[in-house]
Ligand binder design. Sequence first.
Ligand SMILES: O=c1ccn([C@@H]2O[C@H](COP(=O)(O)OP(=O)(O)O[C@H]3O[C@H](CO)[C@@H](O)[C@H](O)[C@H]3O)[C@@H](O)[C@H]2O)c(=O)[nH]1
Ligand SMILES: [Mn+2]
Length: 737
Amino acid sequence: MAADSTDRGIRQSPALSAARVDPRVHLNRAHAVVYSGAVLALLYHRAVSLLSSTSLLSFFLFLTITVAELVLAFMWALSQVFRWRPLSRKEFPERLPEVVDPKDWPGLDVFVCTADPHREPPMGLVNTVLSAMGFDYPAEKLSVYVSDDGGSQLTLLALVEAARFARHWLPFCRERRLVDRSPEAYFRNTDRDYSDGIKAMYERMKEKVEGVVERGRVIDEDLPEADREVFGRWTSSFTRHDHPSVIQVLLESRKDLDTTGAALPNLVYVSREKNRAFHHNFKAGALNALVRVSGIMSNGHVVLTLDCDMFSNDPQTAQRALCYLLDPAMVTKLAYVQFPQRFRGIDENDIYANEHKRFSHIHPTGMNGFRGPMYLGTGCFFSRRALHELPSPLCSSTDDDDGLADGGGSSSAFSEEAIKMAHEVASCRFDHATGWGSTMGFRYGSIVEDFNTGYELHCEGWESVFCHPQRAAFLGEMPININNVLNQLKRWCVGFLEVAFSKHSPVVYGIRKASLPMGMCYSMISLWGIWCFPIMVYSVLPQMALAHQIPLFPKALDPWFWLYAYLFSAAYGQELVDFLMAGGTIRRWWNDQRMWMLRGATSHLFGVIEFSLKQIGSPAPGFNLTSKVVDDQQSARYKRGVFDFGAESPFSVSLGTVSMVNLSCFVVGLARAIGQRDVERMTSQLLISGFVMANYWPVYEAMFLRRDSGKIPGKIITISALLAGALHGVGFLVLGA
Ligand SMILES: O=c1ccn([C@@H]2O[C@H](COP(=O)(O)OP(=O)(O)O[C@H]3O[C@H](CO)[C@@H](O)[C@H](O)[C@H]3O)[C@@H](O)[C@H]2O)c(=O)[nH]1
Ligand SMILES: [Mn+2]
């Protein structure tokens, strides 16, 4: 393969990307300075009140609220990193073929993870796989590997069908130059009538796969003779937690041709070995098995990770990523190019803040081309090198292992020996007690393997780029009922805290190893859970004090009152500007703020509790899969912008309790203040309580005004009322005196 190595690699021609400084940078910095001054003034004011407090009770009340404000100030300071040096880049994928000959492009191995055919419908996986096979990329350099952590023959059957359909689908896309290469998306978006041809073929496949999934097992009649053998490996002792590795090559580029005689990409099914004696490390374990298996087979120098529901929405995406991965100025240190997680069918108001919660992890405005984004678990192109070694200058392009250009798949790639070896490296023993998960591959030790892996790579000196094109590169499914949304967030909170309190804590190790700004970003996210403290304090304490007419804030129109007013409105205002600049709407911004407050009382609070319990040895749920099954009633509600509480969940109890405390305190507090003819003294707390209630409006609606099945169940309302009553009892004992 070393043959023509002299003319491979990069010619010094047009730049593949260009940098740009955000014109708002000076404004941001000026704002940060003024705001810091205000924060310091606030802390001074709090310190004075603390020192001059007249009773133990008021001392403790002021102390609690001051600590809450310290946490807010700390998180605010960390978040300034993003705004201090807002550099962005733009890439030019159209120039790529001019700069690097497509025959010199690196091999691209796409990893698609799935784990349960009942929570992750196989047809979703099929669409993701077909969309990735449909990349505008030389077929012999493209391989798709599916990791099936559910070890399910239903998933394999779906892929057997997908492989057959791909022979028709890929030429169909190519000839018509389609942009939608997920068949589901294409047929949804087109008005053309293909009812007798390709569409009928797709519908037949879909019907068959869904039928088999419903039946729950594969029978011989489902399969042509040639495909039956591999299904024989599902013996009676085969369970999802205990089974040997199963690897099946479904398409091999060198042999399999589409209906027009052109080569197809490789398609490989992998279900790594499972054995109860070994921890399988969830998705990180699955990805590492794929790194090893693909390393033996096609060994593409670029690896794309995808979740089963994240289909490609633009066939040019790989080229876009190559604009960075092949840039001579970046290549030595660039570990990955991350695309944002965007969602199919997201409502324009995004009531659950599904989209923004991911953006804000990486950048408030989701700026294109900014350096140093976190790894988000999906839609991310890695340089394979980063998964094996430390960053180092590459040898010159005369070296065949230069990490850039690779044919992807030599003639022995799919030989019998190779496949035998692949089975071995997919075993638990191969993974156990080795460098995998600690110095190599995707990192173990946290259920947010993505965050943890990106972080460790950054600590090793690797860099990353965020790529956020106008047209979404990938689209996925998102949870559309509040319980699933909050469960997912809770999992993240727990995982982040696992990193925060690991021996590589960002607060110490990260700031030392990566850079100060990078360490600050990772600290902020890893401590995400502690938001629950200030949010809970602000959602309950001023209100309880209000009911008993104890002022905790300066009275209305006092000069200090204006300081609070400024801090509050500037914080919300800056978020609003970020939203509008990123193309959002006021409505979306409000929904995002609202979710932030609701999360404080739910996912963050429960995440912190769960993490703490785990520290003292109580069993924790681990990686709870987010369901991708679409419920029609739920999506109808979602489209109308109505919250779906439905399930009897502890999250709703928490929300119910806080909402009742606010309502009752507001009513009692207002009545008393009017009675005492001194509303001014309590104005701040009335405003806070009113603001919290405005945020909780969907909760009140779901408790008292709705009749549909998405309302909060009566049982939850009763429990909440009892808890709110108990809180008032405590409040009466402590504050009533
Ligand atoms: O033991 C497991 C558990 C999960 N998965 C796969 O991991 C992916 C993500 O799972 P999902 O339930 O969809 O999680 P989300 O909450 O949507 O995931 C976000 O957060 C995760 C970390 O918590 C990241 O891994 C994901 O990429 C990111 O989209 C799916 O493809 C699963 O099939 C496995 O392969 N093995
Ligand atoms: Mn997901």
